[in-house]
Write a protein that binds this ligand. Structure first.
Ligand code: G3P
Ligand code: MG
Length: 245
């Protein structure tokens, strides 16, 4: 059974620590989040790491495409100083390190497969092979989501037993067929494109709706009032306290 909390830490706690780092996961837990979302892509030598962008420039002191750099090269980069000097020395985590920490902290996780161009299938297959080796059978499995339908198809093939989140900016016309074909457990959509009617339509298919990225308590309350199950937030503590009021 998939039990999703009302607030999921987005890239950890993105507004308080450098996104997709171990420090950000710890911060999300510290803020009271019980689930986190991270973005997973591959290095040039096929190792899954946490990284949102296709390029290294914004979130590390490196430059150029992630897909052109080996894990060894990426591990030498600083992934914290861009955010603040107090995070200097933070590294780009491997997926293994991320999952080890998540298990230690007792968190649930949404693995967003974020492939670099042309690597959708490979990214999903590798990430799930690595995660599948590490993840204990007695813990609720990760929710595996992606904007890439190809990645979700690959995920369905290699880990049919792990739930999939159909991630989409706005609902395309054929969303029902796609959600059916992927046997999606959830539909994760951009909250700015949601309406009470769209949330109702998704829920009528039996799927919980998750909304990204929500950083205002009033908006989270509104969405949950419409029937949204959970929101991804860069500010988990603030959202949790707004929802508790
Ligand atoms: O998975 C929800 C959200 O993370 C999707 O958008 O660009 O922040 O990865 P993005
Ligand atoms: Mg993401």
């Amino acid at each position: 059974m998939l039990t999703i909390p009302p607030v999921i830490g987005h890239r950890g706690a993105k507004d308080f620590a450098p996104e997709n780092t171990l420090a950000s996961l710890r911060e999300a837990r510290y803020q009271g989040a019980t689930w986190v979302e991270v973005d997973v892509k591959l290095t040039s030598d096929g190792r899954p790491i946490l990284m949102h962008d296709d390029g290294l420039d914004r979130t590390t002191d490196g430059t150029g495409p992630v897909a052109d750099r080996s894990l060894d090269e990426i591990r030498r980069l600083d992934a914290g100083r861009w955010f603040s000097a107090s995070f200097a020395g933070e590294r780009v985590p491997t997926l293994e390190e991320c999952l080890d920490l998540v298990l230690t902290l007792g968190l649930g996780i949404n693995l967003e497969i974020k492939p670099c161009p042309g690597r959708a299938r490979e990214t999903a297959e590798t990430a799930l092979a690595v995660a599948g080796r590490l993840w204990p059978a007695d813990r609720p499995p990760p929710l595996v989501s992606s904007f890439s339908v190809e990645a979700l198809e690959a995920a369905m093939h290699v880990r049919p037993d792990w739930p999939r989140g159909y991630l989409t900016g706005g609902l395309p016309r054929n969303w029902r067929e796609t959600a059916e074909r992927l046997d999606a457990a959830t539909v994760n959509i951009d909250h700015r494109k949601e309406t009470p009617a769209s949330v109702r339509a998704i829920r009528e298919t039996g799927r919980p709706v998750l909304a990204f990225t929500v950083n205002e308590g009033a908006r989270a309350r509104e969405l949950i009032g419409w029937g949204v199950t959970g929101v991804f937030s860069d500010r988990p503590a603030e959202l949790l306290s707004a929802l508790a009021r």
